[in-house]
Design a protein around this ligand. Structure first.
Ligand code: BT5
Length: 241
Protein backbone atom coordinates (compact mmCIF):
# COMPACT_ATOMS: atom_id res chain seq x y z
CA UNK A 1 0.00 0.00 0.00
CA UNK A 2 1.42 3.41 -1.00
CA UNK A 3 0.38 7.00 -0.40
CA UNK A 4 -0.73 10.00 -2.45
CA UNK A 5 -0.59 13.12 -0.28
CA UNK A 6 -2.33 12.00 2.95
CA UNK A 7 -4.36 9.21 1.35
CA UNK A 8 -3.53 5.51 1.47
CA UNK A 9 -3.32 4.35 -2.12
CA UNK A 10 -3.41 1.19 -4.23
CA UNK A 11 -3.21 0.83 -8.02
CA UNK A 12 -4.69 -2.50 -9.19
CA UNK A 13 -4.12 -4.33 -12.48
CA UNK A 14 -7.80 -5.13 -12.87
CA UNK A 15 -11.02 -5.01 -10.86
CA UNK A 16 -14.75 -5.28 -11.53
CA UNK A 17 -15.30 -1.84 -9.92
CA UNK A 18 -12.94 0.44 -8.00
CA UNK A 19 -15.97 1.48 -5.90
CA UNK A 20 -15.94 -2.06 -4.43
CA UNK A 21 -12.14 -2.38 -4.22
CA UNK A 22 -11.78 0.81 -2.20
CA UNK A 23 -14.02 -0.68 0.51
CA UNK A 24 -11.61 -3.63 0.80
CA UNK A 25 -8.68 -1.23 1.24
CA UNK A 26 -10.71 0.81 3.74
CA UNK A 27 -11.33 -2.30 5.84
CA UNK A 28 -7.54 -2.81 6.02
CA UNK A 29 -6.35 0.74 6.67
CA UNK A 30 -9.42 2.24 8.37
CA UNK A 31 -8.50 5.71 7.08
CA UNK A 32 -9.21 7.83 3.99
CA UNK A 33 -7.95 5.92 0.97
CA UNK A 34 -7.89 5.75 -2.82
CA UNK A 35 -7.95 2.81 -5.22
CA UNK A 36 -7.51 2.98 -8.97
CA UNK A 37 -7.16 0.26 -11.58
CA UNK A 38 -5.65 -0.08 -15.03
CA UNK A 39 -8.67 -2.12 -16.15
CA UNK A 40 -12.22 -1.97 -14.80
CA UNK A 41 -14.48 -4.74 -16.10
CA UNK A 42 -17.86 -3.87 -14.52
CA UNK A 43 -17.82 -0.10 -14.07
CA UNK A 44 -21.16 1.28 -13.00
CA UNK A 45 -22.96 4.60 -13.27
CA UNK A 46 -26.05 5.87 -11.49
CA UNK A 47 -29.38 3.98 -11.56
CA UNK A 48 -27.79 0.68 -12.65
CA UNK A 49 -26.25 2.22 -15.77
CA UNK A 50 -22.86 1.10 -17.10
CA UNK A 51 -19.57 2.98 -17.20
CA UNK A 52 -17.54 1.88 -20.23
CA UNK A 53 -13.78 1.67 -20.10
CA UNK A 54 -10.96 1.81 -22.62
CA UNK A 55 -7.20 1.29 -22.32
CA UNK A 56 -5.42 4.08 -20.50
CA UNK A 57 -8.48 5.73 -18.92
CA UNK A 58 -8.77 6.61 -15.24
CA UNK A 59 -11.08 4.67 -12.90
CA UNK A 60 -10.60 5.76 -9.33
CA UNK A 61 -12.50 5.69 -6.04
CA UNK A 62 -11.93 7.72 -2.89
CA UNK A 63 -13.29 6.61 0.50
CA UNK A 64 -13.58 9.32 3.16
CA UNK A 65 -15.93 10.57 5.85
CA UNK A 66 -18.73 12.98 4.97
CA UNK A 67 -21.37 14.28 7.41
CA UNK A 68 -24.71 13.08 6.05
CA UNK A 69 -26.14 16.59 5.65
CA UNK A 70 -23.20 17.66 3.49
CA UNK A 71 -23.43 15.00 0.78
CA UNK A 72 -24.94 17.40 -1.76
CA UNK A 73 -22.04 19.78 -1.21
CA UNK A 74 -19.46 17.05 -1.77
CA UNK A 75 -21.23 15.96 -4.94
CA UNK A 76 -20.63 19.47 -6.31
CA UNK A 77 -17.11 19.59 -4.90
CA UNK A 78 -16.16 16.36 -6.68
CA UNK A 79 -17.32 17.73 -10.04
CA UNK A 80 -15.33 20.91 -9.45
CA UNK A 81 -12.18 18.91 -8.61
CA UNK A 82 -12.52 17.07 -11.93
CA UNK A 83 -13.26 20.34 -13.74
CA UNK A 84 -10.04 21.93 -12.40
CA UNK A 85 -8.12 18.78 -13.34
CA UNK A 86 -9.36 18.78 -16.92
CA UNK A 87 -8.59 22.51 -17.15
CA UNK A 88 -5.03 21.83 -15.98
CA UNK A 89 -4.50 19.46 -18.91
CA UNK A 90 -6.62 21.36 -21.47
CA UNK A 91 -6.21 25.00 -20.41
CA UNK A 92 -7.77 26.62 -23.47
CA UNK A 93 -10.70 24.24 -23.89
CA UNK A 94 -14.30 24.83 -22.80
CA UNK A 95 -14.79 22.80 -19.62
CA UNK A 96 -18.06 22.80 -17.67
CA UNK A 97 -19.75 21.05 -14.75
CA UNK A 98 -23.10 19.59 -15.69
CA UNK A 99 -25.45 19.13 -12.74
CA UNK A 100 -25.20 17.16 -10.61
CA UNK A 101 -21.58 16.20 -11.25
CA UNK A 102 -20.69 15.26 -14.82
CA UNK A 103 -17.85 17.15 -16.44
CA UNK A 104 -18.16 18.23 -20.06
CA UNK A 105 -15.24 19.06 -22.34
CA UNK A 106 -16.12 21.04 -25.49
CA UNK A 107 -19.78 20.13 -24.92
CA UNK A 108 -19.19 16.37 -24.54
CA UNK A 109 -19.04 14.11 -21.50
CA UNK A 110 -15.45 13.40 -20.42
CA UNK A 111 -16.12 12.29 -16.83
CA UNK A 112 -18.81 10.80 -14.61
CA UNK A 113 -18.96 10.45 -10.83
CA UNK A 114 -20.83 7.96 -8.64
CA UNK A 115 -21.30 8.39 -4.87
CA UNK A 116 -22.18 5.32 -2.81
CA UNK A 117 -22.61 4.86 0.94
CA UNK A 118 -19.79 3.08 2.80
CA UNK A 119 -19.52 1.94 6.44
CA UNK A 120 -20.12 4.41 9.32
CA UNK A 121 -19.62 7.97 8.03
CA UNK A 122 -17.61 6.81 5.04
CA UNK A 123 -18.73 7.45 1.48
CA UNK A 124 -17.23 6.22 -1.77
CA UNK A 125 -16.68 8.77 -4.52
CA UNK A 126 -16.00 6.92 -7.78
CA UNK A 127 -14.66 8.94 -10.70
CA UNK A 128 -14.19 7.89 -14.32
CA UNK A 129 -12.20 10.16 -16.64
CA UNK A 130 -11.65 9.40 -20.33
CA UNK A 131 -7.95 10.11 -20.61
CA UNK A 132 -6.33 8.14 -23.43
CA UNK A 133 -9.36 6.99 -25.43
CA UNK A 134 -13.00 7.76 -26.11
CA UNK A 135 -14.79 4.48 -25.36
CA UNK A 136 -17.48 2.89 -27.48
CA UNK A 137 -20.83 3.42 -25.77
CA UNK A 138 -24.10 2.06 -27.15
CA UNK A 139 -26.83 4.73 -27.28
CA UNK A 140 -24.96 7.19 -25.09
CA UNK A 141 -27.03 9.72 -23.17
CA UNK A 142 -24.67 12.49 -24.31
CA UNK A 143 -21.84 12.82 -26.82
CA UNK A 144 -18.59 11.48 -25.39
CA UNK A 145 -15.01 12.69 -25.56
CA UNK A 146 -11.59 12.19 -23.97
CA UNK A 147 -8.47 14.26 -23.29
CA UNK A 148 -6.85 12.37 -26.18
CA UNK A 149 -9.51 13.74 -28.55
CA UNK A 150 -8.03 17.17 -27.86
CA UNK A 151 -4.53 15.83 -28.50
CA UNK A 152 -3.61 16.00 -24.82
CA UNK A 153 -0.81 13.48 -24.22
CA UNK A 154 -0.75 12.31 -20.61
CA UNK A 155 -1.43 9.19 -18.59
CA UNK A 156 -4.00 8.13 -15.98
CA UNK A 157 -1.65 8.35 -12.98
CA UNK A 158 -0.54 11.88 -13.84
CA UNK A 159 -4.21 12.84 -14.08
CA UNK A 160 -4.89 11.15 -10.73
CA UNK A 161 -2.10 13.05 -8.96
CA UNK A 162 -3.45 16.38 -10.23
CA UNK A 163 -7.00 15.33 -9.28
CA UNK A 164 -5.99 14.55 -5.69
CA UNK A 165 -4.29 17.96 -5.34
CA UNK A 166 -7.35 19.81 -6.66
CA UNK A 167 -9.71 17.77 -4.49
CA UNK A 168 -7.67 18.38 -1.31
CA UNK A 169 -7.40 22.10 -2.08
CA UNK A 170 -11.12 22.55 -2.80
CA UNK A 171 -12.06 20.56 0.32
CA UNK A 172 -9.83 22.81 2.42
CA UNK A 173 -11.36 25.95 0.86
CA UNK A 174 -14.87 24.58 1.44
CA UNK A 175 -14.11 23.80 5.09
CA UNK A 176 -12.75 27.34 5.52
CA UNK A 177 -15.30 29.38 3.54
CA UNK A 178 -18.38 27.17 3.50
CA UNK A 179 -20.88 26.41 0.77
CA UNK A 180 -20.92 29.98 -0.64
CA UNK A 181 -17.46 29.34 -2.07
CA UNK A 182 -18.50 26.13 -3.85
CA UNK A 183 -21.73 27.59 -5.11
CA UNK A 184 -20.02 30.61 -6.71
CA UNK A 185 -17.34 28.47 -8.35
CA UNK A 186 -19.90 25.95 -9.56
CA UNK A 187 -22.24 28.58 -11.04
CA UNK A 188 -19.30 30.26 -12.82
CA UNK A 189 -18.56 26.98 -14.58
CA UNK A 190 -22.04 25.51 -15.04
CA UNK A 191 -23.16 23.97 -18.31
CA UNK A 192 -26.23 25.83 -19.64
CA UNK A 193 -26.42 28.37 -16.81
CA UNK A 194 -29.06 30.98 -17.66
CA UNK A 195 -30.39 28.74 -20.44
CA UNK A 196 -33.29 26.39 -20.83
CA UNK A 197 -32.75 22.85 -19.52
CA UNK A 198 -34.89 19.75 -19.10
CA UNK A 199 -34.49 17.52 -16.03
CA UNK A 200 -35.64 13.95 -16.59
CA UNK A 201 -36.43 11.80 -13.57
CA UNK A 202 -38.48 8.59 -13.55
CA UNK A 203 -40.15 9.47 -16.83
CA UNK A 204 -41.09 12.91 -15.50
CA UNK A 205 -39.74 16.04 -17.21
CA UNK A 206 -39.28 19.50 -15.74
CA UNK A 207 -38.24 22.34 -18.04
CA UNK A 208 -36.98 25.74 -16.97
CA UNK A 209 -34.11 28.20 -16.95
CA UNK A 210 -31.13 27.07 -14.88
CA UNK A 211 -30.70 29.98 -12.48
CA UNK A 212 -29.08 28.90 -9.23
CA UNK A 213 -28.23 26.30 -6.59
CA UNK A 214 -29.88 26.35 -3.17
CA UNK A 215 -28.15 25.80 0.20
CA UNK A 216 -28.60 22.02 -0.11
CA UNK A 217 -27.02 21.95 -3.58
CA UNK A 218 -30.40 21.37 -5.26
CA UNK A 219 -30.72 22.85 -8.71
CA UNK A 220 -32.98 25.92 -8.95
CA UNK A 221 -35.01 26.28 -12.14
CA UNK A 222 -37.22 29.18 -13.09
CA UNK A 223 -40.29 27.58 -14.74
CA UNK A 224 -43.71 28.71 -16.01
CA UNK A 225 -45.09 27.56 -12.65
CA UNK A 226 -42.51 29.49 -10.62
CA UNK A 227 -39.23 28.47 -9.02
CA UNK A 228 -38.55 24.74 -8.68
CA UNK A 229 -35.83 23.06 -6.62
CA UNK A 230 -34.60 19.79 -8.14
CA UNK A 231 -32.96 17.12 -6.02
CA UNK A 232 -32.15 14.34 -8.51
CA UNK A 233 -32.34 13.64 -12.24
CA UNK A 234 -30.51 13.87 -15.55
CA UNK A 235 -30.03 17.26 -17.18
CA UNK A 236 -30.46 17.84 -20.91
CA UNK A 237 -30.49 20.98 -23.06
CA UNK A 238 -33.94 22.55 -23.13
CA UNK A 239 -36.13 23.04 -26.17
CA UNK A 240 -36.78 26.77 -25.68
CA UNK A 241 -33.29 28.07 -26.36
C1 BT5 B 1 -21.95 8.35 -14.23
O1 BT5 B 1 -23.17 7.73 -14.23
O2 BT5 B 1 -21.58 9.16 -15.03
C2 BT5 B 1 -21.02 7.85 -13.12
C3 BT5 B 1 -19.87 7.06 -13.65
C4 BT5 B 1 -18.88 6.70 -12.55
C5 BT5 B 1 -17.79 5.79 -13.07
C6 BT5 B 1 -16.72 5.55 -12.04
S1 BT5 B 1 -15.31 4.75 -12.71
C7 BT5 B 1 -14.67 4.49 -11.15
C8 BT5 B 1 -15.85 4.10 -10.24
N1 BT5 B 1 -16.13 2.69 -10.30
C9 BT5 B 1 -17.35 2.43 -10.81
O3 BT5 B 1 -17.83 1.28 -10.94
N2 BT5 B 1 -17.95 3.59 -11.15
C10 BT5 B 1 -17.13 4.74 -10.82
P1 BT5 B 1 -24.42 8.23 -15.08
O4 BT5 B 1 -24.65 9.70 -14.84
O5 BT5 B 1 -25.49 7.27 -14.75
O6 BT5 B 1 -23.94 8.07 -16.57
C11 BT5 B 1 -23.83 6.81 -17.17
C12 BT5 B 1 -24.04 7.01 -18.66
O7 BT5 B 1 -22.88 7.67 -19.23
C13 BT5 B 1 -24.18 5.70 -19.43
O8 BT5 B 1 -25.51 5.25 -19.47
C14 BT5 B 1 -23.67 6.10 -20.82
O9 BT5 B 1 -24.68 6.77 -21.58
C15 BT5 B 1 -22.60 7.13 -20.52
N3 BT5 B 1 -21.25 6.56 -20.44
C16 BT5 B 1 -20.87 5.28 -20.15
N4 BT5 B 1 -19.53 5.18 -20.15
C17 BT5 B 1 -19.05 6.41 -20.46
C18 BT5 B 1 -17.75 6.94 -20.61
N5 BT5 B 1 -16.65 6.21 -20.44
N6 BT5 B 1 -17.64 8.27 -20.93
C19 BT5 B 1 -18.72 9.04 -21.09
N7 BT5 B 1 -19.99 8.59 -20.95
C20 BT5 B 1 -20.15 7.29 -20.65
Amino acid sequence: MGKIENWYFEDLQETPSTNDSVLELLSKCNAPCIVCAAVQTKGRGRLGRKWEGADGNLYVSFAYQIPILKIGHYVLLSGLAVLETIKTFAPVARVEVKWPNDVFLEGKKVSGILFEKGPDDYWVMGIGINVARTPQVENPMYQITSLADLNVQTDRLKVLNVLVKHFDFLKMQYEKHGFAFLRALWLDNAYNRGKSVVIKQNGKETEGILTDLDENANLVLSTNEGEKHILVGDLFEGRNE
